[in-house]
Design a protein around this ligand. Structure first.
Ligand code: COA
Ligand code: ZN
Length: 307
């Protein structure tokens, strides 16, 4: 099992889509630069969605050419439908993130589609992407619970995963969109999927609403998952998932994984600059637990020793 972990930074998309303050394109580009300087190599900076649904993402096409173009960077754009896919492809994205929620209600609120319509829509996006040689990662959103209908059985995200792989999705992300899952559910959902498809096919996307994100991340890592989403400073939330708080903070995830001997390539000190700018831009306090601890050490005149 590899000890290298991919950290996919989704703060610019999942984080900023839900902020009352719309962050301008210039600041988003600066945040992306700082993230890359901190060692982040995978980023989801935009979604190509209806600007009426998510005005915070209306600058997706304008932001894209302003993102760092260093070698070895991997960008994804979230796309809710075929139109979004075409816009992302035309903007130059070589990987797109699709969304399929586990219930009718959540798909309806998020995409204005039933579960069946959303699954069929994902299948047509995957087919189009395969023709264009664009890679697809399908997010099974609300995999642990639906914000409207409550807990979902583990068989549901498993069946949707199977359907999306059968349609040709390159990867699947298991998403606890509202932060309502627990490590046992993670194990129950992931164990048969990993056995069937291999851990390298999966991303895990966690929100820390009830404080179990770190435990769930470690459970996934222990099962062999090496690809995680996170948001710098714990930014995040979904406008169509009431009660969901931010993603697991990138710095806390990096600390968790590195302290257990895995390699992320991301520098927590570097992330502090990103958190500072993101907090200023969104006008809200941000930062994971590890940053609080580092600041408290420094206040006492100590240099925080992370490992
Ligand atoms: N990007 C930009 N505009 C889009 C679009 C896209 N991907 N898809 C549709 N539109 C536009 C249409 O052109 C149309 O514009 P018009 O009113 O000027 O003619 C309008 O949006 C309505 O189109 P329609 O196909 O009827 O969409 P809808 O009203 O049923 O909304 C979605 C469906 C998917 C476009 C909308 O719900 C959405 O963008 N959701 C995103 C949800 C999201 O990002 N959630 C968080 C991340 S999971
Ligand atoms: Zn999310």
């Amino acid at each position: 099992m590899s000890d290298t972990v991919i950290i996919n930074e989704v703060g610019l998309r999942d984080g900023l889509q839900n902020q009352p303050v719309t962050v301008d394109t210039d600041t988003k580009a600066r945040l992306a630069r700082l993230l890359v300087d901190a060692g982040v190599r995978y980023l989801e900076p935009v979604s190509f969605v209806s600007p009426k649904a998510i005005p915070q993402m209306a600058d997706a096409a304008a932001l894209t050419p302003r993102l760092p173009a260093d070698e070895g960077l991997h960008y994804t754009a979230l796309v809710p439908n075929l139109k979004g896919y075409q816009l992302a492809r035309d903007a130059g994205y070589r990987t797109v993130a699709l969304v399929l929620s586990t219930t009718d209600t959540f798909n309806q609120r998020n995409l204005n589609m039933s579960l069946e319509q959303a699954a069929a829509s994902c299948e047509s996006i995957i087919a189009a992407a395969r023709k264009d040689a664009v890679a697809t990662r399908t997010y099974i959103s609300g995999a642990f619970a639906c914000p409207y209908d409550g807990p979902v059985p583990v068989s549901l995200p498993q069946q949707l995963t199977e359907r999306m792989f059968a349609a040709g999705s390159d990867e699947v992300a298991i998403a606890d969109t509202i932060g309502a899952g627990n490590p046992k559910q993670m194990k129950d959902i992931m164990t048969p999927l990993i056995r069937e498809y291999g851990a390298e096919k999966f991303f895990v996307h966690l929100h820390d609403t009830r404080g179990l994100a770190a435990a769930m991340a470690w459970e996934a890592a222990d099962l062999g998952v090496r690809r995680f989403d996170a948001s710098v400073g714990g930014l995040g939330g979904c406008p169509f998932a009431p009660g969901a708080t931010g993603n697991m903070a990138t710095e806390d995830l990096v600390y968790l994984l590195e302290s257990c001997g895995l390699k992320t390539g991301v520098d927590i000190q570097g992330l502090r600059d990103v958190v500072a700018l993101a907090a200023e831009a969104t006008q809200r306090p941000l930062g994971g637990r590890i940053l609080e601890w580092m600041a408290s050490q420094e206040k006492r005149g100590k240099t925080p020793c992370l490992w």
